[in-house]
Design a protein around this ligand. Sequence first.
Ligand SMILES: *Cc1c(COP(=O)(O)O)cnc(C)c1O
Length: 426
Amino acid sequence: MMHFENTLAFAQQLDQKDSLKQFRERFCFPTFHEKEIRYFTGNSLGLQPKTVKNYILEELDAWAEYGVEGHFLAKRPWFAYHENLTEMAAKVVGAKSIEVVVTHSLTTNLHLLMVSFYQPKGKRTKILCEAKAFPSDQYALESQVKFHGLDPAEHLIEIAPRTGEQLIHEEDILAAIETHADEIALIMIGGVNYYTGQLFDMEKITKAGHKIGAVVGFDLAHAAGNINLKLHDWGVDFAAWCGYKYLNSSPGGVSGMFVHERHAYKPELPRFAGWWGYDKETRFLMQPGFNPMKGAEGWQLSNAPVLGMAAHLASLEIFEEAGMDRIGQKRDLMTAYMEFVIDSISKQNSERVQFEIITPRDKTKRGAQLSIMAKGQGKALFDALSAEGVVADWREPNVIRIAPAPLYNSFEDCYWFGQLLEKAIQ
Ligand SMILES: *Cc1c(COP(=O)(O)O)cnc(C)c1O
């Protein structure tokens, strides 16, 4: 491991050497606080790229100028607006263009994909998932099971951390897949757990799932734009993610869907259909009977929500320029530095507080997020941090989640987080 120092000079040195450092100034940093904001919630809502405003204004102007004809006359015709996003989004998640579409919102897309890929039949009726998944995913999974007339208590297999532990052992997931080999219809897991920041080996889980004849999908809300994904090569059947966390594409912004190429040419797959999923060449003949587009585009229901997509376009261009390889390298270094800073502060103040980083220490098992458990301190510590201008995330009973985002956070931010944490302890 690299030698680190918890000093301002050292953090500034790391910033000097950072090949992504010029990207920071392309984002709007919040100004609502009297203190300088230290923003660490890119895992919740990414900051606004400065180009977003113009991209949205262009569409507002096109609407004003053309009215409905903007569908064809706008600089980027609305009729096919989502096509501007596909290739760049596909690169971010390691997919082919035919496997990706951007539209709707995340939970909607999870449902649409499960309608197609959760098909309980005979003895194979169960969904394997992680315990304490993000609440929306829990509700989605439960309601999908009930939708098929089944009982969630019996048909959801939840893999939990072992007693007294925070993280899930990957071997427990693999063992459960073996144990329930002929009962599992679908494996659906968050690629990165939102609470602990634990990254799962999606390739290994996919292979294990396919070996027993199950379908495998992932919620990538905390992985897209954060982890170096290879969805196509890993053979994942389907995935969905939101655009507003690490992807910085506006609150409630558009979501991405991945459907593996092997499912691209199956019009017979059950699905909830809408006109925008209909074959583009003959869509406006408005004929009865649904003829889906090939690939992920066949899961679209509605015409493109252009304003949200304009924000996503501006943001994806930044990802295109920076590249996920460089983003991943900085993510690993900066997260390791943040970890070092927290450990240093923790050691120096051990008589007052015990910090335990519950996120895996192994960089191959996490992304940009660190979840810190503050033993012996509660919400007061978090409130004191907030009063100093730190924007982080609090989860009951005592976890602070922070995510230094490689595109706009600096090593100096991490240093100051440590200083402000120390001040808050005292
Ligand atoms: C953020 C997040 C969501 C949010 O879903 P929306 O439909 O965008 O509100 C869902 N699942 C996970 C795992 C998340 O992290």
